[in-house]
Design a protein around this ligand. Structure first.
Ligand code: KG4
Ligand code: ZN
Length: 332
């Protein structure tokens, strides 16, 4: 069955067409990054308005890419939360309108479940259930056990900022623009991760994360030393990235040992980070667990992952009606 996925939870307007939950026929993403850059972060009101302008062109682009029409679609999946309510509502309203007009089955999808499903799309090898997942994005940092599609157990989460949020906020302090995660990642490639000693928060204290201490340490360092340039900036970025990666990896290893799971999935926008990918790849070869990481374009927000998660919900007979609504906070 061909499923139309729609995603509008934050600053990407996206539509996708996915066949049988795995084959991507179209992946259309319109990023609002350029619109929000001058404000140094996402402005919710502007995001909602940009989604309204872009949702129809993004849908048209998806159908053009796949070379098909709504006549070929068997169901619709839309992100219903978590995210910015005004932004989510645009996708939800578009999905409800199409479902109603065409008499198509509709399901609401949790954005976080979408991230966890990205690994199943067009992959040579896929994880089996149960497996462990580290989900790190701009809004969330969580360690979960995926027992099945739609069945998740939360083991740990951030107590303050999400990992991506920490990258973006520290990048803002360094004047690196928005979003700063990819910029810090690039600068860190040529930096020395041992140059600046930063605290390793929450060591040994359960499976929760905390990134606010690192942010404060960076701010204190900048007040004392001023903004570095050139190699010193690369060194500072590498040191910050190493501190974040260290915490993410050590907690994930604790979870792997506690739950004795042989497979780990890395998901969410921060899964693009080369330092994190490399550190987990090294642990995977040292400790013998299987590691699954989607390609970078499926780690950041897109609608293929929503269509994939929605396909499984539709196959289980789940249906939403026209009362489907957007929810800002929605646990997995
Ligand atoms: O999953 P995502 O696209 O949106 C949310 O659901 O939040 O994640 C976006 C986050 C941003 O904070 C961005 O800075 C971060 O992912 N990010 C990265 C990298 N690429 C994206 N963080 C570190 N290194 C990267 N290469
Ligand atoms: Zn996301």
């Amino acid at each position: 069955m061909l499923v139309l996925g729609i995603e509008s939870s934050c600053d990407e307007t996206a539509a996708a067409l996915v066949e049988d939950g795995v084959k991507v026929r179209a992946d259309s993403v319109w990023s609002q990054v350029a619109v929000h850059r001058e404000y140094g972060g996402v402005v919710p009101e502007i995001a909602s308005r940009a989604h309204i302008v872009n949702v129809v062109p993004v849908l048209e682009a998806a159908f053009a890419q796949a070379g098909c029409t709504l006549d070929d679609v068997g169901g619709i999946a839309v992100t219903r939360g978590p995210g910015l309510v005004g932004a989510l509502l645009v996708g939800v309203q578009a999905a409800k309108a199409i479902a109603f007009a065409r008499g198509l089955p509709l399901v609401g999808v949790n954005h976080l479940e979408g991230h966890l499903c990205a690994v199943f799309l067009e992959a040579e090898r896929v994880p089996s259930f149960p497996h462990l997942a580290l989900l790190v994005s701009g809004g969330h940092s969580e360690i979960v056990v995926a027992h099945d599609f739609g069945k998740y157990e939360l083991l740990g989460a951030t107590r303050d900022d999400a990992a991506g949020e920490a990258f973006d906020k520290v990048g803002k302090m360094l004047g690196l623009g928005y979003p700063a995660g990819p910029v810090i990642d690039k600068l860190a490639q040529t930096g020395d991760p041992t140059a600046v000693a930063l605290p390793r928060a929450m060591r040994g204290r359960g499976l929760d994360f905390s990134f606010s201490g690192m942010k404060t340490a960076m701010s204190t360092w900048l007040q004392k030393h001023g903004r570095p340039e050139g190699q010193a900036l690369a060194d500072l970025c590498a040191s910050f990235q190493a501190a974040v990666v260290d915490q993410l990896v050590s907690k994930t290893m604790m979870a792997i040992e506690e739950r004795r799971l042989g497979q780990l999935v890395l998901a969410g926008g921060v899964a693009c980070n080369r330092g994190l990918r490399a550190a987990l790849q090294q642990k995977s070869s040292e400790r013998g667990f299987e590691l699954f990481i989607p390609p970078p374009k499926r780690c950041t927000d897109n609608a293929t992952m929503i269509a994939c998660a929605g396909s499984h919900r539709l196959a289980r007979g789940e249906r939403a009606d026209l009362t489907l609504n957007a929810t800002a906070t929605l646990p997995l």
